[in-house]
Every structure is written in structure tokens, then in C-alpha cells.
Design a protein around this ligand. Structure first.
Ligand SMILES: [Zn+2]
Length: 164
């Protein structure tokens, strides 16, 4: 049950989901059902998958920066607490290590900026009333939540590529 499931191969790097990862959506669904709001729980699970999509991109950022310096990445694995990119070795020079460490958070910065510009552009092109959105539109909340989550990933997702 706690083995890893292969999610796919991105940029030539095997990406796996660890068995324990599924405890997370399971927990969200069970607690949602217990609270009597399964619909909201499914929304949270959808957010969870979108969030972990961003985590995968974060890890790929580390992996591609590592590849640039000739360091291969064995694989990327998703755990309930986050993702880990297993680099085959440490880069030779300290500045390379810094670039690899920063490449992950940089991806989240780009995603957050993209979501922000998208939201802004959407707000300009389609005023809320015109688009028929209420102040508490769930899709809008989803994007805001994902944007916030990416800022958190950028600031706090540390040590996930085996670098300090
Ligand atoms: Zn990272």
C-alpha cells in the first residue's frame, strides 16, 4: 500500500506518488463527509491536486537547474508533506548549489505572477458583474487560494531537492 505509483515522466525524469500521499485527499474527503459537506470536500481535493501540480513544477525547476550543471535527478517523489527531487550528487561549485536551490521557488514565483496577471486581466476584461461572478465565486477563490499557496511554496518549501 505504501509503495510508489508512477505518475509520469516529465523532461525525462520519473515522477512518482508515494503511497502515503493518498492519505491526504482521503483525510480531506472523510473529514468533509463527517462535516456533512462532501461538495466542499471535493473542491478541496481538486485544490490539493492543483497544489501538488505546482509542487511537481517546483521540483522540476530544481531538476532542470541541476541538469544545467550536469547533475542528474534520479526521480521526483510526492509525499503528503511535499515533493522531493533526488539529485544524484551535489553540484561541484557552491554558486551552482544556490542556483539549483533557488530554481524551485522561482517556478512558484512565475506561477503566482501568472495567476495574478491572469486574475487582473480577467477582472479588467470581464467586470465581475458582467461575468456573472458573485463576490464569493468558488472558482475565483480557487485561483486566489492557489496564488497564496504558491507564495508559501516559494517561501517555505525548503530542503526538497537534497540541498540546504
Ligand atoms: Zn524546493
Amino acid at each position: 500500500m505504501f509503495g510508489s505509483l508512477k505518475l509520469g515522466r516529465f523532461f525525462g525524469i520519473d515522477t512518482n506518488i508515494h503511497g502515503t500521499f493518498w492519505l491526504l485527499p482521503l483525510f480531506v474527503l472523510v473529514s468533509g463527509a463527517a462535516a456533512g459537506d462532501v461538495t466542499a470536500a471535493f473542491g478541496q481535493v481538486a485544490f490539493l491536486f492543483a497544489l501538488f501540480g505546482c509542487v511537481v513544477l517546483h521540483e522540476i525547476g530544481h531538476a532542470l537547474a541541476a541538469r544545467y550543471y550536469g547533475v542528474r535527478t534520479r526521480d521526483i517523489t510526492l509525499y503528503p508533506i511535499g515533493g522531493v527531487a533526488s539529485l544524484e550528487r551535489m553540484p561541484e561549485k557552491p554558486h551552482q548549489e544556490i542556483v539549483i536551490a533557488l530554481a524551485g521557488p522561482a517556478v512558484n514565483l512565475v506561477i503566482a505572477a501568472g495567476l495574478f496577471v491572469g486574475m487582473l486581466g480577467g477582472a479588467v476584461a470581464f467586470p465581475r458583474s458582467l461575468a456573472g461572478l458573485s463576490a464569493t465565486d468558488p472558482l475565483d477563490g480557487f485561483v486566489t487560494q492557489l496564488l497564496t499557496a504558491n507564495v508559501f511554496l516559494m517561501l517555505f518549501n525548503r530542503g526538497c531537492c537534497g540541498l540546504p
